[in-house]
Design a protein around this ligand. Structure first.
Ligand SMILES: Nc1ncnc2c1ncn2[C@@H]1O[C@H](COP(=O)(O)OP(=O)(O)O)[C@@H](O)[C@H]1O
Ligand SMILES: [Mg+2]
Length: 232
């Protein structure tokens, strides 16, 4: 199961928006996806509850989940939505399970400062240090014409990490949040600009699947340990 951890220490950074739209995108591609929602606010869980029956099923992965049902569902992807303050022990555990971490960042000095500290913590993690887990940055609600968006992109450039998407500000996201859907499940005519903005993120995820396969091939013992820890 390919696991995407979505994390940023700032509330409102776009974590739940990214989580739900990635899950919706994968489900629309006929992939079997589960969401683990670690935020008390339960935004992603509530989004799932609002999801229309006509759309491809996405299952919640919670402590109370029926493991038999999840096993039958046989998820290929897990997207983990997190809250603002993940404790160190939880971060370490989550990074031991994740294949990639996506870090959405708002174009704001406060968010940039908080994210800089968070990236330092991520870099101290052994799974990030040894390259098993890749980090991708996402600009949230970014209008490239603004000065602060340029500051965000210089911050990203200084971090040396890949920038996998700049998501524009759009009413489509709160609408999708309300309706339990994603930009990938709306009529194309309305989402053209958004889908284009998401394209690099989709391409990056594809490249990460290939990378993960290569790691597994070259380190069978390590991958056996990791898959033993991963939920089945
Ligand atoms: N690209 C976007 N365009 C417009 N609104 C957005 C966008 N991304 C997020 N939002 C809105 O911003 C708010 C915070 O986003 P959310 O995903 O809940 O952040 P977090 O989960 O990090 O707290 C929500 O109301 C969401 O609908
Ligand atoms: Mg959230």
């Amino acid at each position: 199961m390919f696991t995407i951890l979505v994390a940023n220490p700032k509330g409102g950074a776009g974590k739940s928006t990214l989580t739900t739209n990635i899950a919706g995108m994968l489900a629309a591609l006929k992939q079997r996806v589960v969401i683990m929602d670690l935020d008390n606010q339960q935004s992603a869980t509530n989004w799932l509850a609002r999801r229309p029956d006509a759309l491809a099923k996405i299952m919640p992965w919670t402590e109370d989940s029926d493991m038999g049902e999840l096993r039958d569902f046989a998820p290929q992807w897990m997207v983990i939505d997190t809250h603002a303050r993940i404790r160190r022990a939880d971060r370490t555990y989550l990074l031991s399970r994740a294949n990639v971490v996506l870090v959405p960042v708002n174009p704001s000095v406060f968010d940039i400062e908080a994210t800089a500290k968070f990236l330092l913590k991520l870099h101290q993690d052994p799974n990030v240090q040894n390259g098993r887990v890749a980090i991708g940055l996402v600009g949230s609600r970014t209008d490239s014409r603004t000065r602060i968006a340029q500051e965000l992109s210089s911050f990203f450039a200084r971090s040396g990490l890949p920038v996998v998407a700049y998501i524009p500000d759009s009413v489509l996201y709160p609408q999708c949040a309300r309706d339990g859907t994603s930009i990938y499940e709306l009529p194309r005519a309305r989402t053209e600009q958004q889908l284009e903005a998401w394209q690099p993120l989709v391409a990056w995820l594809k490249s990460q699947i290939a990378r993960t396969r290569d790691i597994k091939r070259s380190a069978p013992q390590v991958s056996a340990t990791v898959s033993a820890q991963a939920p089945r």
